[in-house]
Unconditional design. Structure first.
Length: 628
């Protein structure tokens, strides 16, 4: 089976490639072929060709931006947010493997019409709106960053160095400021255009640019740009529906004349009349935030800090960031200072956490934490996501506390950051830069200490569990009879693939008191499978794991409700599983048990009797009698 995928997040920096890696790793575990196209900040990479699409058995779209899904018409398509690709790649791949993903209607890549009556891949209205909005934001960000940095550098020559009437006037600074200003003026039109493009493709893009210019000219701000983007997109969709019965010969006329002219008239005129109330709303919001900034920096800092750390690159984080960029365009550099500080704290906090609690983190966590010292310096918040994902109910509030502290201190110290991105790279142009760094470090250290304390608690708890398990573990195990009890036999265990079967076996083992941690045992099984499949011949698999979660050594005999692919030696599906659970350090005592199991599997009469047995007593007696 061949699967293709497309991933993309609004910024195109971290989530995009995290989803790609997660999907590729999961496909590799399942022995499947997958090609993942990424829609990052540098554009489309590993692009899917027409041949790739034509040969694919299914498509996974894990994106919060437009990835041109229409090209997948006629294929099984599952369309979800990018975070689902990171957190739940197994379920997405299962939807394709099990053929539960719906077929997208329309003409296929070969041009053949899709006649299936199946429904279009489900996408909630809310997710559709979010994807369109983030498509606009993702295209707007490079313009804002480039323009903002140009303006910020011009301030290095003096705050009024671009003003020809000032004594600080500098010609080079004037050029930089002018170039940056022109770039920033494109913020609203680009935001509007690409929101519309996500909704109505190229016709929407054209109308979106024009409506965006109206929004910019009438000073409606980014809120007006957002409204204009959705207005332009849905107006074009309405025109496409209204003109759908025109003869095919007029398709060229529709694209080059009817859509642009009617679209500009309807959407442009509507936007013009909406400009007055949108301008009032925009100015009111900006004034409220600016006023709150001056009168109550404590509340503003708490709100901004919690928003930035809540989903680290997600929609709540982006709401604070887009507000900051909009205020930059209004000449307000204070608000972005708090946003930048709050975004830098989470990855920096993880670095301090592994530094303070290095005895309690594994090597992988320590490496990721130390890398985050670099990521935070460039304003990349997403590096903290792996730490938060393991225990979000505890880690997210800790990170939100640190971000809020940094933002509050930043506002109280009246720090100004004239650049919308860049992290510590733009430090030379930050007003009160030393105080800004101090605020960020204080917030990060607080969160880092709390994370280290939490990790120490987890480490200590796991150590006690391991010690207790070691005490109860038999020192010597020599035969199958020592590890196989009748209660360890389970019939008709569910699972549509190898991973699900292993997860269910681990869950059953925990219920029977064999293990203490389902997840650790499941990952132990997977680690062994990565070294080589445990699928034998004639429908038998013998997975085994050695880890601290095993309380007592055991052999489980499991029959499956349905056969699954296990990449077995003879290529046949697996129907029976003999799972071995080994405490840490006990592998030498259990090699003979695995050897006995392997010897049984070469006897056809044993295989036949095992496969025809229908109750636990028969299976138990079979193992007891057949072992020499």
């Amino acid at each position: 089976m061949k699967i293709i995928a497309a991933t993309g997040c609004p910024t195109g920096i971290a989530h995009t490639f995290m989803a790609k890696e997660a999907l590729e790793e999961e496909a590799k575990k399942q022995g499947l072929t997958i090609k993942v196209e990424t829609h990052g900040q540098e554009g489309v990479q590993n692009e899917l060709t027409a041949t790739d699409i034509a040969e694919a058995d299914g498509v996974i779209i894990a994106a919060d931006k437009d990835v041109h899904a229409e090209r997948f018409a006629g294929k099984r398509v599952i369309n979800v947010p990018v975070t689902r690709g990171i957190k739940d790649p197994a379920a997405l791949i299962a939807a394709i493997v099990n053929q539960t993903a719906p077929i997208m209607p329309g003409a296929s890549i070969t041009g053949e019409p899709q006649q299936s009556a199946e429904k279009r891949p489900k996408q909630s209205i809310g997710h559709g709106i979010y994807v369109a909005l983030m498509n606009g934001v993702s295209h707007m960000l490079p313009i804002v960053v480039a323009g903002g940095v140009m303006i910020a550098i011009s301030f290095m020559f003096g705050i009024y160095s671009a003003d020809s009437k000032s004594e600080e006037f500098n010609q080079f600074a004037f050029y930089l400021n002018s170039i940056g200003g022109l770039a920033m003026s494109l913020m609203v039109p680009i935001l509007t255009a690409y929101i519309a493009e996500a909704i109505a493709k190229r016709p929407g893009l054209i109308i979106g640019f024009i409506v965006g210019m109206i929004a910019y000219t009438n000073e409606t701000g980014f809120l007006g740009g957002i409204v204009g983007g959705f207005l332009a997109g849905y107006v074009v969709l309405g025109l496409q529906y209204a003109l759908r019965k025109l003869p095919p010969a007029l398709n060229g006329l529709k694209a080059i004349f009817l859509y642009p002219v009617l679209g500009i008239f309807i959407a442009g005129l509507t936007m013009w009349f909406l400009s007055a109330p949108m301008e009032a709303i925009n100015q009111g919001m900006m004034s409220f935030l600016a006023g709150l900034q001056n009168t109550n920096p404590l509340i503003l800092g708490i709100v901004v800090g919690m928003m930035c750390a809540f989903d680290m690159g997600g929609p709540v984080n982006k709401a604070a960031y887009v507000t900051g960029t909009a205020l930059l365009a209004q000449g307000n550099f204070y608000f972005m200072a708090g946003v930048s500080a709050a975004c830098i704290v989470p990855p920096l906090a993880t670095g301090f956490a592994v530094l303070f609690g290095r005895k309690y983190y594994n090597q992988s966590d320590k490496s990721a934490g130390y890398v985050n010292f670099l990521l935070c310096s460039t304003h990349i918040t997403e590096g903290a996501i792996p730490f938060a994902a393991r225990n979000p109910l505890i880690i997210l509030p800790i990170l939100m506390l640190g971000s809020s502290i940094a933002a509050v201190l930043t506002y109280m110290m009246h720090v100004q950051v004239p650049a919308p991105h860049g992290g510590f790279i733009v430090l030379p142009i930050v007003t009160h830069g030393a105080l800004w760094v101090m605020a960020i470090v204080i917030g990060s250290v607080v969160s880092g200490i709390l994370m280290a304390i939490n990790q120490k608690r987890i480490f200590t708890k796991e150590k006690i569990t391991t010690e207790n398990a070691t005490v109860t573990t038999p020192q010597t195990v020599s035969t199958i009879q020592d590890v196989l009890q009748k209660e360890n036999i389970s019939l008709a265990v569910q699972g549509s693939n190898k991973d699900e079967v292993l997860q269910n076996i681990a869950a059953i083992a925990k219920e029977k008191g064999i293990i203490s941690d389902t997840a650790a045992t499941y990952h132990g099984f997977l680690k062994r499978e990565q070294q080589g499949s445990t699928g034998m011949e004639q429908g038998i698999a013998i997975p085994h794991t050695e880890n601290n979660a095993v309380i007592r050594p055991a052999l489980m005999v499991v029959t499956l409700a349905r056969s699954v692919d296990w990449d077995s030696l003879d290529g046949q599906p697996t129907t029976h599983v003999l799972a071995m659970f080994i405490p840490t350090g006990g592998s030498s005592n259990h090699l003979n048990v695995l050897s006995d199991v392997a010897k049984l599997l070469v006897h056809d009469d044993f295989i036949t009797e095992l496969k025809t047995a229908t109750d636990t007593t028969t299976i138990y007696n079979l193992f007891q009698n057949k072992v020499n």
